[in-house]
Structures are given as C-alpha cells and as structure tokens.
Design a protein around this ligand. Structure first.
Ligand code: G4P
Length: 529
C-alpha cells in the first residue's frame, strides 16, 4: 500500500466528555464493533476500564480511577481507527488536553439529562485552539432528558460552535422510539438492551410518504414530520468543509448503553472525519504525505509494566513512515536515536510493531531522553507546535522530608513533571519547588510515586496562588524591572521560562498597569519574540 493510501485509511480521534456522560460506554461499543473486544457488557462489570487503562499504575488499582492514556486500534469498513483514550477523572484533565493535540478529530459525548457540563466546556475550548473537528453524540436518550432543541441551543451558546443535527430523536425516556437519520434518510427504531450491535435501518427517503405510518403511533409520526420539516427548513444542508474547519458540529442522538445509534455515529464518522492532517511545526507546515518521518511525543508514561522501570513515550506520527531500528534525530537534544522495540497498544498488551504511518501512535521505550513535546525527524530541525502547558489551578510547595534522599527527590520530581503528572516551577534563590496541578489527586499521586519509585519522602504545603501566567515583553529593560520587582512571585518552568504566580486577578491587573509592555499568557505556548 502506498504512503498516501496508508494515510487515507487512518482516522485518529479521541472521545471526550464530562465524567459520567458515557465516554467509556461509547468507547466499548465502538471496540465491539471493530472486533477489538468480544465481550458485551464489559463496561457494566468495569472490565474495560480495568483491562484497558487502569492497571498500569499501582495507585490506579487502589483508586479505580483511569489515570493512563492508551491507544486502541481496530479496522472497520476498510479504515484503521485509532482511538486515543483519555482519563475520565477531572483531576487528570491536563492529560486529556495533551492527548487532544495528537488527534485529528473528536467525538464529544453529552448527557441528554445534564446537557453541557463544566468539563465539556473546557475540553471544547482546547479543541477550538486547533480547530479540531467535532462530532457530538447526545447520549442517554432512554432517560427523560432535556428538550433536544434546548440542548442544541445550549451547545451552540456554551461551546461556541454551530450545530447541525444529522439525526433526530422520536421522544425520549420510557417513550423513546428511535431516531430518524437526516443524513442518510433512514429510520432507526429503538429497542432497549439490544442483543445485537447493529442498528436496524429502514430507508425512508421521504418523511411525508405513507411508508412510515404503520411503523410508529400516529402522534409520533406527526411530531417527527413536523420536527424534520422544521429542521430541514431551519438548518443549511450539512457542510463538510465547515465541519472539517472545526466550525460546525454534526449532532447524533442515541443511547450507548443500549447499543443504540452507535453504528450510525461510527459509520458517519468514518465517512466524514478527516484522515491525518498537516501539522504546524515552528519552522513550517508538515504534510503527512512527505516521505520523511516526523512526529512528536505527547505523553510519557512510567511503569506500564510494573516489573520494569522503563518509561514509555507516546509518539504520534505526523509524516512519512516510521521504521523499527532506524536512526531518527531527536531535535531538542540534537541526538540520533533508534528504537528496537516500538509498540502499539491494545488494552494492557503491547505489540511489537515494525512500521507505522501518519496518524498512528506508537510507544517508544525511553531511558530519560524524552520530554513532552519532543520531536523526531530524519534530520530536519523541526519542533512541532501545539503541546502547550495550561495554567495549573492548585499550587503547593514541595518539601523534602528525608534529607538523605535529596537527590532522589530532585530526580523524581523532575521526571514526574516531564511525564506531565504536574508542573514544576522553581523559585530562586533557595531552589523552592512549587508544584502546580489541576486537581488535588495529583499531589497524592506524586507523593505515592516519589515514595514507591524513587524512595523519597515529601510533604506539600498549600500556596495561595490562583493562576500561573507565562510572561513576555519586547521591552527588555522594563521586563528586567518587572522580574526584579515581582521576584517574590516569579518562578521558572521546566524550560526555564519565567512565570508570574498570581494570587488574584487584581494582582494581574495591577502588574499590567505598572508594566504595560509585559504580556501575561495563561498557556505556555505563544509566539516568543
Ligand atoms: P464516562 O466514561 O463518561 O465517565 O461514563 P461511563 O461510560 O462510565 O457511563 C457513566 C454511567 O452512565 C454508567 O452507569 C453507564 O452505564 C451509564 N450510561 C452510559 N450510556 C448510557 C445510556 O445510553 N443510557 C443510560 N441510562 N445510562 C447510560 P453507572 O451506573 O455509573 O455504571 P455501571 O454500573 O452501569 O457501569
């Protein structure tokens, strides 16, 4: 198969949602479709969560929270589907944000009862940064949920994206009868807890024809005709280009736990979702069909295999073909590396792979060479963009509790921050270590891992900061004055870029007034002058 055919075959995406909306259930159903797993109902027994993502770290076993991000691959309708799993727990949101930099599109699951929730809004804000195409699956139609028109309005308003329903529900809750697929003009009638995965689609080209009359109660037929005619009058026809530009989200309705509407969303996804897209590096736009390999690391994971201490770097291929045992240039370290055991992932299994193509994610064993965002090429000096750090929300000072283990602590916290478990800011003089996270749970993870993997003991004391701002200025003199005057609130990130730790919004406003040339960025990636 040619490189272009390999690229066109691939669809790399993530399923995202606010916790409990049904991401895991939908993922499982898609895997069942693809034949990647065989057992239905695995989610109910929590099997998928455990076998595919949660066993990697001892701490996860204890907590039953999916911390890891793994990759699940299957073939369906001639396409190779790569699902990048994201942690469900909100405290690990930053992991999810990073994973979103490695996908070409997403499916967003919204709970029809709860509508748009807090985490949905944040995840979509991240998608918008790269104009990632989004398909929306409104789930749990078997429950008494919100009015579908209201849901669409809320999605448009809160997520700042236009919507275009491609299916439309017939009632909901105990009276849920199914959906009409506006895209394919097919009626899909609901059966609860279907034993088969496949939807039974009936072709109904004309909603006003009598074909539909015997299939549903007269009142439902009447309402459906009104709804369909209203929607077709209200909305423009589905525009593929707008979807691919991230401006328009096609919307489906279904019930993942009942296998309902899943096939519909999967098949439409395969038809419309983009194959691997060009990627922006600092130097230029890289096309996937370029012959030379390029790609970047978006996640580093320790202890996938508890018997070994290796780390695994998750590497997304952006162009060319990856080959086992070939030398590639690590552009940050200016060093050539080759990989004898690159792996693909499936559940807890790692499978040796000898080649991979754009859109694929492979695991590279790492003995400490990689940081998140690192780029590999065949020699060209490229650095991919779009792996920003976001301002943490909780800040604590890390204190060493065992002076005999200072070295281990230093090494441990540095490696954990390179893995992206938390962000580390150093404040001088004194080498004060300020750890920033989006959730409290990460502090427990750090403490646990420092103790179990590095033999170091620490405690954390809370700090009053509310946000970190990466600061820049094109006025060198004023910038120096700013750094000196605010020294008590300045720390340095892993790349030694200065960060202003603010106690309040007021703090920032004051600083902006005093130092007008200084720019305050809430994400680490911006054009540096
Ligand atoms: P998440 O990954 O987004 O956090 O959500 P997950 O799939 O774990 O689903 C959260 C809960 O919602 C689960 O119930 C799941 O069974 C249920 N669910 C998923 N899809 C549907 C649906 O279409 N209709 C209804 N009524 N429920 C749905 P749980 O009680 O929390 O867990 P479990 O004991 O069922 O596994």
């Amino acid at each position: 198969m040619s490189l272009i055919e390999e690229i066109e075959k691939r669809k790399t995406f993530a399923i995202i949602s606010h916790p409990d909306a049904g991401k895991t259930t939908l993922t499982e159903k898609l895997l069942l479709f693809g034949g990647a797993i065989q057992v239905a109902g695995a989610v109910k027994s929590n099997k998928i969560k455990k076998s595919s993502t949660s066993d990697f770290m001892e701490i996860e076993k204890q907590r039953g929270i999916s911390v890891a991000t793994s990759v699940m691959t299957f073939e369906y309708m001639g396409k190779r589907v790569n699902i990048l799993d994201t942690p469900g727990h909100k405290d690990f949101a930053e992991d999810t944000y990073r994973t979103l930099t490695a996908v070409d599109s997403v499916i967003l699951v919204v709970d029809s009862v709860k509508g748009v929730e807090e985490q949905t809004e944040r995840l979509m804000a991240v998608c918008r940064m790269r104009n990632t195409p989004v398909i929306i699956f409104i789930n749990k139609l078997d429950r008494e949920g919100r009015d579908p028109y209201d849901l669409l309005e809320e999605i448009e308003k809160k997520l700042s994206i236009s919507t275009r329903p491609l299916s439309w529900p017939i009632n909901q809750g105990s009276d849920f009868k199914g959906v009409y697929n506006l895209y394919r003009k097919q009626l899909n009638l609901f059966e609860s807890s279907k034993q088969t995965l496949t939807d039974q689609m009936l072709n109904i080209q004309d909603i006003d024809s009598s074909e539909i009359d015997g299939l549903l109660p007269a009142k439902d037929v009447k309402k459906l005709r009104e709804d369909v005619n209203l929607i077709e009058g209200l909305y423009e026809p589905f525009d593929l280009d707008l979807y691919r530009s991230g401006l328009l989200a096609p919307v489906f309705f279904g019930s993942a736990v009942n296998n309902f509407g899943v096939q519909e969303v999967l098949e439409t996804f395969l038809e419309i979702a983009p194959s691997p897209l060009p990627r922006l590096a600092g130097e230029r736009l890289v096309q996937p069909e370029e012959e030379k390999l390029s790609g970047f690391v978006f996640k580093i994971h320790a202890n996938l295999d508890p018997n070994h201490r290796d780390r695994i770097a998750f590497f997304r291929i952006c162009s060319g073909k990856f080959e086992r045992n070939k030398f590639y240039a690590h552009t940050r370290l200016q060093k050539n590396l080759r990989f004898a055991n690159p792996t693909t992932f499936m559940a807890n299994e790692k499978i040796l792979t000898s080649e991979a193509y754009p859109g694929d994610v492979i695991g590279l064993y790492d003995s400490g060479n990689f940081k998140i965002g690192d780029t590999l090429t065949e020699g060209e000096n490229l650095q991919f963009k779009g792996i920003p750090s976001f301002s943490p929300e909780i800040f604590k000072e890390l204190e060493n509790r065992d002076p005999m283990k200072t070295k281990q602590l230093e090494k441990g916290i540095r490696q954990l921050s390179e893995e992206g478990v938390a962000q580390l800011f150093i404040q001088n003089p004194g080498n004060r270590k300020i750890v920033g996270t989006v959730g409290d749970l990460q502090f427990e993870v750090i403490k646990f891992r420092l103790e179990h993997e590095y033999g170091a003991k620490c405690t954390f004391s809370p700090l009053r900061y509310y946000k970190a701002f990466w600061v820049t200025s094109d006025n060198k003199v004023e910038f120096q004055q700013f750094l000196q005057r605010k020294a008590h609130a300045i720390a340095y990130d892993k790349d030694e870029h200065p960060v202003f730790l603010a106690e309040s919004e007021w703090n920032v406003t004051l600083s902006k007034n005093d130092f007008p040339s200084v720019q305050f960025h809430t994400i680490s990636e911006y054009e540096r002058t």
